[in-house]
Design a protein around this ligand. Structure first.
Ligand SMILES: C[S@@+](CC[C@H](N)C(=O)[O-])C[C@H]1O[C@@H](n2cnc3c(N)ncnc32)[C@H](O)[C@@H]1O
Length: 220
């Protein structure tokens, strides 16, 4: 008799984003497949624009650099915009796309390792991410990732996370992707405040959250 799949098991990769072909194919199709990526990028740009001059921004799972290019071209006063990704071909594409911006920096690293944050210690004024958090390969790992992000953000630091939501109730989909409500509770559980849904569509949801202000009792 076939055994039931383990709902807590990590979900195997469906595509190889670390190969040049896989990275290119994903980059070519992403915006066409999910047009709601455009309003999500716009909403992120608007919020990064409101940061003080010299702000430091980290992008997790930055891929081909589409968000980085849009932010950097519209937020010229940023101090640093650091792109973090584990795929060399993705980083190569993003380097090319952002070559004209002095603020762009690159770190090749894996946020599934426990020590990933040591590579990008901050403090960051903002951390942003689109369609990458589910790459921890099971939603049960997300709270630990969010606790790491709380630690590297400055007090009152901004976290903007856009990620996939489940398109169906298959075991794969519900293990890998969080509903918007699950996102909001993972953020609150990790210690974020002012947590809210910004926009959703095309099985994507963008949430925003802040770390507590300096001296706040909830940040210990
Ligand atoms: C689906 S793509 C999204 C790319 C980009 N954020 C966007 O929306 O255009 C996911 C990205 O996360 C990266 N990634 C996946 N797992 C990762 C990990 N464990 N550590 C760092 N980056 C990872 C992939 O290489 C890829 O660039």
């Amino acid at each position: 008799m076939a055994s039931e799949p383990d709902p807590d098991a990590d979900v195997p990769y469906g595509e190889d984003l670390q190969s040049p072909e896989g990275a290119r194919a994903w980059a070519d199709a992403a915006d066409r497949k999910r047009p709601h990526r455009f309003p999500i990028r716009l909403a992120i740009v608007e919020r990064i624009k409101a940061l003080p001059d010299g702000a430091r921004v980290l992008e997790l799972g930055s891929g081909p650099g589409l968000l980085a290019e849009q932010v950097l071209s519209q937020c010229s006063a940023l101090g640093t915009y650091t792109l973090f990704d584990f795929s060399e071909p993705m980083v190569a594409m993003s380097r090319q796309r952002t070559a004209r911006f002095a603020a762009a920096q690159f770190v090749v690293g894996d946020f599934r390792t426990r020590s990933w944050a040591i590579r990008v210690p901050g403090p960051w004024d903002a951390v942003v991410s689109t369609q990458a958090v589910h790459e921890v390969r099971h939603k049960r790992h997300v709270p630990a990732l969010y606790r790491d992000i709380v630690e590297i953000l400055a007090p009152s630091g901004l976290f903007l996370v856009g990620d996939r939501t489940p398109e169906d109730d298959s075991p794969r989909s519900t293990a890998l992707f969080m509903t918007a409500d699950e996102q909001l509770s993972a953020l609150r559980g990790a210690g974020f405040i002012d947590v809210r849904l910004v926009t959703s569509g095309d099985a994507l949801a963008l949430c925003e959250a802040r770390t507590p202000p300096a001296g706040s009792l909830t940040r210990d």
